[in-house]
Design a protein around this ligand. Structure first.
Ligand code: ADE
Ligand code: ZN
Ligand code: ZN
Length: 270
């Protein structure tokens, strides 16, 4: 996602934290953030150049037209071939680092960075084209026309659909957009929230599930009727923005659930 997408996911998540998790997040955030996680959730995008090793951690790709994420095959840095270096592996890694919070091995890690990376990657893994196809780099090489503008399909999903929605339906106020998603979480998706929160086999996070869902949505919604040179306007916008709203909601809910499980870890055997 772009700035607004990450901000939305982290706003939704922070409002759902348990007391213990909220306390830990507050302690880990730099003072300058004034206890606003959302204000720092794009930090990993800002340090991508400084930390070249982090670049491949923002996504995972399947072979072309393969709408079926397979972690063994698909989670790697395509440039170096290093296994596990994708958004799925990153979520597992930063979740494990944060489990050291409050223990005497805590100082081995910079847990502020772990929190910001986990929060950012939990957003990215829910963006369908962050689990798209390898050869088009998740839509980055597919040039389309979005209303009057030429851009790539990945940008349409990271930014443009959200921006059009906020402008058209929420008076250009991102806060109103976030409020609307939070209302939907209560009124429309209320009976599914628990299912989104839980992982099979009681894992703390289940990124393979999230990547599989995104990959399916990429095939079904993002790539569909959006070949190179397509003109994407009202029809595409109307049918895709509800998918984006759902993925932002799921990202926020799952980030909160994961942070709650991490910091309420006295329930688990360490
Ligand atoms: N950003 C850069 N490369 C990407 C890829 N292959 N998939 C998704 N997002 C990306
Ligand atoms: Zn992106
Ligand atoms: Zn990212």
């Amino acid at each position: 996602w772009g700035e607004e997408g990450h901000y939305t996911v982290c706003k939704i998540a922070q409002a759902r934290l348990s007391n213990t998790a909220a306390e830990a997040v507050k302690e880990l955030l730099p003072k300058s953030a004034e206890n606003d996680l959302a204000s720092m959730c794009s930090w990993p995008d800002n340090v991508r150049k400084q930390f070249p090793w982090s670049s491949s951690l923002h996504f995972a790709n399947t072979p072309d037209l393969t709408c079926n994420y397979q972690n063994e095959r698909d989670c790697m840095d395509a440039r170096t071939g290093a296994k596990g270096r994708c958004v799925v592996g990153a979520i597992t890694n930063y979740t494990n680092q944060l489990l050291h919070y409050g223990s005497n091995t805590e100082s081995t890690y910079n847990l502020t960075e772990s929190l910001l990376f986990l929060s950012h990657f939990m957003g990215d893994i829910h963006q369908p084209l962050h689990c798209g196809f390898l050869s088009d780099k998740g839509g980055n090489t597919i040039i389309v026309q979005w209303f009057e503008n030429k851009q790539n399909l990945h940008q349409v999903w990271d930014n443009s659909i959200i921006e059009s929605e906020v402008e058209r339906f929420y008076n250009s106020e991102l806060g109103e957009f976030i409020d609307a998603i939070q209302t939907n979480i209560m009124k429309v998706w209320g009976n599914q929230v628990e299912e989104w929160e839980n992982c099979i086999s009681n894992d703390i996070a289940c990124p393979i599930t999230y990547a599989s869902e995104s990959n399916e949505d990429a095939c079904k919604w993002a790539y569909k009727d959006a070949a190179e040179g397509s003109v994407l306007e009202d029809d595409y916008f109307r049918t895709r923005f509800p998918i984006i709203n759902l993925r932002l909601a799921q990202g926020g809910i799952r980030l909160a659930a994961t942070l709650n499980r991490i910091f309420d870890k006295h329930q688990y055997v360490m």
